[in-house]
Design a protein around this ligand. Sequence first.
Ligand SMILES: [Zn+2]
Length: 78
Amino acid sequence: MPIYEYECCNCSEQFERLVFRSDEAVCCPKCESADVQKRMSVCGFKSGGDKGAASSRVGSTAASGCSGCAGGSCSTCH
Ligand SMILES: [Zn+2]
């Protein structure tokens, strides 16, 4: 069962939701707004809105490697 991350466009609440169907309506658990945005793990934001808030939060530095290898497997990492 796929779990997707969502971010509310109204109150910026971030939550995860089990989605059974891709067209299932998802509401914010905090303010119950239906204006939520699915956050993809890859850089593929659906920029369809006209609110100007396109790519606000992108998980950039998730890797815990050193500056030399970025993978955590070279001789400087350990
Ligand atoms: Zn909300």
